[in-house]
Write a protein that binds this ligand. Structure first.
Ligand code: DGL
Length: 263
């Protein structure tokens, strides 16, 4: 069982930013990645729609023998992780949420910006996160429609992308944020561009590495950590798999075979 793979899912390519952290921390794990690229953006879909997609993908990954599931998507986590945990009670499931707690601890200006999807920012789970960890800081939220679609197209630095990103980041900087939370797993791919837009004292925080550590803890607790030699990663996309195959080297630092996930 410990040699079984870990399933990782996202609405599209964003979860590859988390997959990279998992690969770094747990090189012996076999990884299965499903990008629901045919159904992006989750951030503008209803929670019910996202729950249905997550249930289909979770079933698929379980059929593939996954010993654990990582929901490498903030939007899918707020909409579906409770249902997934209810429906698959024996399965270790790692979800993720915007890094409000570390950001509240890190800010010196006392003002934190959150870049995330509309779905994440409107959720009750996010409101609860603010109540719990952000009582002493000011949090300014910024939904970012359009960014995910551009990243999915393989655009990480066109003038149009730069303009859209600037439009979202500018008000946060003007309000005095010194800490920006990247609350969507697609956004870490924009870090190089973001760094050109912000002063050096402003920090960017995302939760990919924390998710990898949480997965490590859950697997260790159940004696499920793989011990074998460094292992392979397999990819599926619910859109044209050749498109993901083409942009994979840019987002994953190596090429890979992408199969069609047509359920
Ligand atoms: N990557 C997802 C997240 O972390 C959402 C992208 C989408 O809107 O599809 O929130």
């Amino acid at each position: 069982m410990s040699e079984a793979p870990v399933g990782v899912m996202d609405s599209g390519v964003g979860g590859l930013s988390v997959l990279g952290e998992i690969r770094r921390l747990l090189p012996n794990e076999s990884l299965l990645y499903v990008g629901d690229c045919g159904h992006i953006p989750y951030g503008e879909k209803s929670p019910e729609y996202i729950r249905q997609r997550c249930a289909v993908i979770a079933d698929f990954l379980l059929d593939q023998g996954a010993k654990a599931l990582v929901v490498a998507c903030n939007t899918a986590t707020v909409a579906a992780v409770a249902d997934l945990r209810r429906d698959f009670p024996q399965w270790p499931i790692v979800g993720m949420e915007p890094a409000v707690k570390p950001a509240a601890a890190a800010t010196r200006s006392g003002i934190v910006g959150v870049l995330a999807t509309t779905g994440t920012l409107q959720s009750a789970k996010f409101a609860a996160l603010l109540d719990r960890f952000a009582a002493d800081v000011r949090v300014i939220t910024q939904p970012c429609p359009g960014l995910v679609e551009m990243i999915e197209a393989g655009d990480l630095h066109s003038p149009a992308l730069r303009q859209l990103l600037q439009h979202y980041v500018e008000p946060l900087l003007a309000a005095g944020c010194d800490t920006l939370i990247l609350g969507c797993t697609h956004y870490p791919f924009l870090k190089p561009l973001l760094q050109e837009m912000i002063a050096p004292h402003i920090s960017l925080i995302d939760t990919g590495a924390a998710v990898a550590r949480q997965l490590q803890r859950l697997l260790a607790d159940r004696a499920l950590l793989a011990e074998g030699p460094p292992s392979e990663t397999q990819f599926w996309s619910s859109a044209d798999p050749t498109h993901l195959g083409k942009i994979l080297p840019m987002l994953w630092q190596s090429s890979g075979v992408v199969r069609s996930f047509g359920l």
